[in-house]
Design a binder for this molecule. Structure first.
Ligand code: ZN
Ligand code: ZN
Length: 553
């Protein structure tokens, strides 16, 4: 009989920060059951025009959907839940999440007009679920969102700990403290492997506490006599609560600006958080309040074009405006890749004589991921026999391996997306195979491949411009003046020249073809295309994406 094994396979999030998706399987080659832990997105940059979201290619698990027991979500950050509603329709399996995550998941499915209630199982904090041979225990941790859960995954062969995202926050302000006792108990029973967050492995000391940020924010705000605008990550509900706290302490009303800020506020309220706070006022009413009595909390801490901060600073927000001597606090960090647009926004703020406070000149933010001392504590509580770093770029994961070795963790394993790792049985985990893995783009409403034609065409057009020539051919083989149109090709006073040149060229090409029959059409099109592109290139230096139509009348 074939031996049972415990398998781990990351499809996203190992070798990158973002789009986490991890598979675990238990059983033998003939009968293996799977679970998916998290299903996140990553955000596209300007190199992929018209695409915002990227997610892991789920093909490998779609092939096994009959043996899929469910999707388990650790917490509600987009890099962990952002692709669930896009991928789930191909899996149609159960989803397990704690209450706050579940509320946000419901919203995502509602947007896609899918009723997920039959499939969505709400797991109370700090409880276990049993899925076939997997016993999955949700362990409350601390992070930068409500209800971050580590998963202690037990099987007949042993137990592993999947940390999800975490840090040690002694005063998280909202939600439970990190469950050190439970982690130690799990450690005592024996953890063969810990699959662990690597985001902050380069940072010494500790990630820090939300309480300390609150104290610092209050101190900063106490001295301000004009409007204060704070921007932070909407999902950080503890930070949101701190801003409410500061408003109350400084005698200001609070106003939430931006859709996701309102959305998270409502979701947290729905789950029983954020009780006993000031009632936020509507942005339409906030303008009537005197400058020293209002505090805004707005989205757009990364300078996102559609974020509230960007619209406010550029004077295009319908309700909120800022002026000289107001104060903007970025209670956030810069996510790598966003520097350019964020600095642009901050420069504009400074130019308008508005005070700006950021992580660079004050203590206004702490990270949600474990620094080295946090990692060290976690190792000592859980005492894993092996550490497999995830949730990091290659450089983070490599450093995490070195750090774990330095901290005397007996074994480590460096992996990347697609690796199939045998966790148990055996002395130590090892990579045994490779699964197909990659990325999909959400292009409009459709999921497309990285090398899809739609994106290639758009890139091409956006760089080179577009040229379209329609040639009208009558029955007897005569042609009319071709219809030439173009977009995104630079013009100067010679522009007409290249149109005339192309017309001349097309007429002379047509003389060499027999236009009455369709046999030569393909060659004709190709010849016109090549020659017209050459003319445009000679005149303008651009090689446009070119489309030739032949219409017969
Ligand atoms: Zn997270
Ligand atoms: Zn994450």
């Amino acid at each position: 009989m074939k031996k049972d094994e415990l398998i781990f396979c990351p499809l996203g999030g190992s070798g990158e920060i973002g789009m986490n998706m991890n598979l675990y399987a238990y059983g033998n080659e003939e009968n293996r059951k799977w679970i998916v832990v998290d299903m996140g997105v990553t955000f596209a940059d300007d190199s992929i025009p018209g695409v915002d979201l990227i997610f892991p290619d789920p093909g490998f698990i779609i092939d096994k959907k009959e043996d899929l027991l469910g999707i388990i979500l650790t917490h509600a950050h987009e890099d962990h839940i952002g692709s669930v509603s896009h991928i789930w329709p191909k899996l149609k399996c159960k989803i397990y999440a704690t209450p706050f995550t579940a509320v946000l998941i419901q919203e995502k499915f509602k947007e896609k007009k899918i009723d997920i209630s039959k499939y969505l199982n709400i797991v109370p904090l700090n409880t276990k679920i049993k899925l076939d041979n997997f016993e999955i225990d949700f362990v409350t941790l601390t992070h930068s969102i409500l209800e971050p859960n580590g998963l202690s995954i037990s099987t007949p062969l042993g137990t592993i700990l999947h940390t999800g995202d975490w840090k040690i926050d002694p005063n998280p302000l909202i939600g439970g403290n990190i469950d050190e006792k439970k982690l130690k108990e799990i450690g005592k029973k024996g953890v063969s492997t810990m699959i662990c967050d690597s985001t902050n492995v380069f940072s010494p000391g500790r990630a820090g506490s939300e309480l300390d940020v609150r104290k610092s924010l209050l101190q900063i705000m106490e001295n301000k006599s004009n409007k204060i605008l704070v921007t932070s990550f909407a999902s950080n509900v503890a930070r949101m609560e701190s801003i409410f706290y500061c408003a109350k302490k400084t005698g200001r009303s609070i106003c939430l600006v931006g859709r996701s800020m309102q959305r998270i506020y409502k979701a947290a309220k729905k789950c029983g958080y954020l009780g006993n706070l000031l009632e936020p006022i509507d942005p339409r009413d906030a303008g009537k309040i005197s400058k020293n009595k209002i505090l805004y909390l707005a989205t757009g801490s990364q300078g996102e074009p559609m974020g509230a901060m960007n619209r406010i600073v550029n004077g295009i927000h319908p309700e909120v405006f800022i002026e000289e001597n107001d104060c903007v606090i970025f209670s956030s960090k810069i996510i790598p890749g966003n520097e350019k647009k964020l600095y642009q926004l901050q420069n504009l703020i400074v130019k308008n004589n508005i005070e700006i406070i950021t992580e660079e000149n004050a203590f206004v933010h702490v990270s949600g991921h474990p620094n080295r001392d946090d990692l060290k504590d976690m190792y000592s509580w859980v005492k894993p026999k092996c550490i497999i770093p995830v949730h990091g770029e290659h450089r983070h994961m490599k450093e995490h391996v070195s750090f774990a070795k330095e901290m005397q963790v007996p074994k480590t394993l460096l992996i990347e997306n697609g690796d199939i790792i045998k966790l148990l049985p055996g002395k130590e985990p090892s990579i045994v195979d490779k699964a197909p893995s990659g990325r999909l783009y959400l292009d409009g409403n459709l999921n497309v491949d990285v090398d899809s034609k739609s994106i290639k065409d758009r890139k091409n057009i956006s760089i080179n411009g577009y040229l379209e020539i329609t040639l009208i051919v009558s029955n007897n083989g005569n042609i009319k003046k071709p219809v030439i149109s173009f977009k995104g090709i630079p013009e100067d006073s010679d522009a007409e020249n290249f149109i005339f040149d192309m017309e001349d060229e097309i007429f002379s090409i047509c003389k060499t073809f027999s236009l009455q029959s369709k046999n030569q059409e393909k060659n004709l099109i190709e010849t016109i295309k090549q020659n017209c592109r050459r003319i445009v290139r000679e005149k303008t230096g651009k090689k446009p994406f070119t489309n030739i139509n032949i219409a017969r009348i």
